[in-house]
Design a protein around this ligand. Structure first.
Ligand code: ADP
Ligand code: MG
Length: 678
């Protein structure tokens, strides 16, 4: 019996109101309810604010320090603000669109909140409130909701289990369950919700993890196969000679790795199957030019092409560079961003619609409804982890199944990349352009900041350009700005007579940002004091010194991204981390950074150090959130699950096996959901 077809109304005591509240948790049928598993334990250990890392998830415990304030804005949107006193610091916690949580906070009482940390604002974007008063052990925390308490939910699960337990069908084929000693689905559900012993709970979790990863991987396999069969892609018959000439005309020679990935991409584009390719390469490895070659190929085949970047600064930079390369070849480029006037927008989009523009460079403004292409052949998504799955999907839908090239520097270790991006082919640039020197990285404590000034003096006199990144530690954005301005003032005082100092921050109007960036590119600015708006993609090869204040406030990968803004030219480059880390983990981060430049080594270290952390959290949005499994800690299970899923889909002999059939039909029903993960 398919429990997904049984309404929750079949359970005693469940009326329309309860149905609605269950629905708001995403529980729509008996199956959903039984498989509504509690949170992972490892996510739920409270941490001190010292350990908080920007943009990562954390559980914070403290005391409610202010009356919660609920504000409404936009269409049906709400914002709930409450101050929590944790570690002697009052931090702002904001929940979006969960107005019912207001009742959860009472001034002076204990509170535990799980959410995403914002270092700049010293604030938390709340995701979950953990009921600190419940006597349930912390490893059985279920998501709470306004009208459903944890207890009620567990009682309902119990009711459903008692009534339907013998109808829970196991989806994992017998031969796999034997091979890996996995429990049946009935045993899993029981062992997770109502374990009698720790062993039973552990066993259930292990099986549930495999089940979760396996079903996910089967979903990817089925998407991939569907992609290759029905989704005949575009055959882009590009002009090989033209492309070769273009490559020869570049001011540098492609590295072997670039050459290899160009071949991989072009072969995909030429074939009639739909390209869905991830281009990975460490910061500075030269992904942009690879994408430009692919775009050029698409244009010579008679198609339009678009590249989407996550920030206006980056889009502008791409536009400048790409136009410089392609305009002389009579290829028409256009820039499309959200800050353009309506008139500009209409003008640009009409050219795109009519097919007059060949290459469109833009931000997420590209996915607006008002943007239509005549014949989109290829889309490039730069810094793809910065976009949500839905944004990437919206971009794809701008054409008739265009080829997709997604680029990222996010150093996801190979195994993890392949397993979690199972539906994509991966190309990798594993080599930096020749002549690049290792960026020398130093860590100093803030009391030694004079040494940094001296060093900067010396470098400036040698013609270097310098980035100074400030971390924005303060309570409000206005204060952040002041922080950057303070440092700007200091640098102006010290170096302003001889050198030009610039300031760049997120709240500046776009045209002003652009002019500062272009002045820095043109070496009209020597020292650029900036917030982290320069974190991704920015490319000014003459810049060779990166100073990062309060570096302990950033995560490893963010620091690596920031550092990657230098070391892009021939000059010896330096990165100076100013940090007074207060805990072991932060000290370790500083040490690792000074010891290696290799993004992949850093990622591995990051994994080892963090273990339970959620490297795959928001930062890499686009990866699925697993309920029981943790793709990092449970990488072994994930790999096995992937292998088995592949085998299942590859093995023709298994196709007629009733168990396989049942599984595949189960998967195809779940298909929509898998397709929409975000
Ligand atoms: P990323 O992979 O971080 O996006 P970019 O594409 O911005 O890197 O390239 C970094 C810099 O290296 C750019 O200034 C680019 O022009 C230069 N570059 C790219 N490929 C090569 C090469 N093969 N030889 C020398 N310089 C290169
Ligand atoms: Mg880039």
């Amino acid at each position: 019996m398919d429990l997904r077809k049984i309404s929750l109304a079949q359970l005693p005591g469940v009326g329309p109101k309860r149905l609605e509240s269950l629905m708001s948790l995403g529980i729509t049928n008996v199956y959903d309810l039984l498989f509504y598993f509690p949170f992972r334990y490892e996510d739920m250990e409270a941490k001190s604010l010292d350990e908080a890392v920007d943009q990562e998830k954390i559980l914070i415990k403290g005391v409610v320090a202010s009356e919660p304030v609920l504000a409404r804005f936009g269409y049906k949107k709400t914002r709930l603000n409450v101050r929590i006193l944790a570690d002697n610091e009052s931090i702002m916690v904001t929940f979006f669109n969960q107005p019912w949580l207001k009742d959860k906070f009472e001034t002076g009482t204990d509170a535990a909140v799980y959410g995403k940390w914002n270092e700049a604002r010293r604030s938390l974007t709340g995701m979950k409130v953990i009921d600190v008063n419940s006597d349930d052990s912390i490893d059985s925390v279920y998501s709470v909701n306004k009208s459903i308490h944890q207890k009620t939910l567990v009682n309902l699960i119990k009711l459903a289990f008692d009534k339907y337990h013998d109808q829970i069908e196991t989806v994992i084929p017998e031969h796999l369950r034997e091979k890996y000693k996995l429990l049946s689905d009935e045993e899993i559900v029981e062992g997770i919700h109502f374990p009698k012993t720790e062993t039973q709970s552990d066993e259930a979790r292990r099986s549930a993890k495999f089940r979760e990863f396996f079903l996910f991987q089967c979903g990817l396999q089925s998407i991939k196969r569907e992609d290759n069969q029905d989704n005949i892609g575009i055959e882009e018959k590009y002009d090989q000679e033209f492309i070769q000439k273009f490559i020869k005309s570049l001011s540098f020679q492609l590295t072997e790795a670039q050459d290899r990935v160009v071949k991989e991409i072009l072969a995909d584009m030429k074939s009639n199957h739909h390209m869905n390719r991830l281009l990975q390469g460490d910061v500075g490895s030269g992904k942009t030019i690879v994408s430009v070659i692919a775009m050029l190929a698409s244009v010579t085949a008679g198609y339009q092409t678009a590249i989407m970047a996550p920030t206006e600064i980056l889009a502008q930079q791409h536009f400048d560079k790409i136009s410089k390369l392609l305009t002389p070849l009579h290829i028409r480029t256009a820039l499309l961003t959200g800050s353009q006037t309506k008139k500009e927008h209409n003008f640009i989009t009409s050219d795109i619609r009519e097919g007059k523009t060949n290459v469109v460079i833009g931000t997420h403004a590209l996915i607006q409804d008002s943007v239509d292409f005549k014949n989109l052949g290829l889309i490039v998504i730069d810094e793809q982890h910065r976009f949500g799955v839905n944004q990437r999907k919206a971009m794809r839908e701008k054409g008739d199944n265009p080829d997709v090239l997604a680029m990222t520097a996010t150093p996801i270790p190979r195994t993890l990349a392949i397993t979690t991006y199972g539906d994509m082919d991966v190309s990798r640039i594993d080599q930096l352009p020749a002549g690049r020197k290792k960026i020398e990285t130093y860590w100093i404590r803030s009391q030694k900041v004079e040494q940094m000034y001296q060093f900067v003096t010396k470098e400036l006199s040698g013609g270097a350009q310098v980035y100074v990144v400030t971390p924005l530690i303060s309570e409000s954005e206005k204060m952040d700005l002041k922080n950057a301005e303070l440092i700007y003032d200091k640098f102006t005082e010290l170096f302003g007579k001889k050198y030009k100092i610039g300031l760049l921050h997120g709240q500046m109007p776009n045209d002003q940002k652009e002019s500062v960036m272009s002045d820095f590119s043109a070496k009209k600015i020597d020292v650029l004091v900036s917030t982290t708006v320069i974190e991704v993609g920015v490319d000014v090869p003459n810049a060779s010194v990166m100073v990062i204040y309060d570096a302990n406030r950033f995560g490893l990968s963010q620091l690596h991204q920031l550092r990657g803004r230098v070391g892009r030219g021939e000059k010896q480059s330096y990165c100076i981390l100013i940090a007074d880390p207060k805990n072991e983990a932060a000290i370790e981060r500083m040490k690792i950074l000074t010891s290696t430049n290799d993004g992949f080594v850093l990622a591995e270290e990051d994994l080892k150090m963090r273990g339970a952390g959620d490297m795959l959290g928001n930062r890499q949005s686009g990866l699925p959130e697993f309920k029981v499994g943790n793709p990092i800690n449970d990488i072994n299970i994930l790999e096995v699950a992937q292998e088995e899923a592949k085998r299942l889909y590859d093995d023709e002999a298994l196709n007629n096996d009733p168990e396989t059939k049942a599984l595949k039909s189960f998967i195809s029903d779940e298909y929509e959901q898998l397709n929409n993960f975000d």
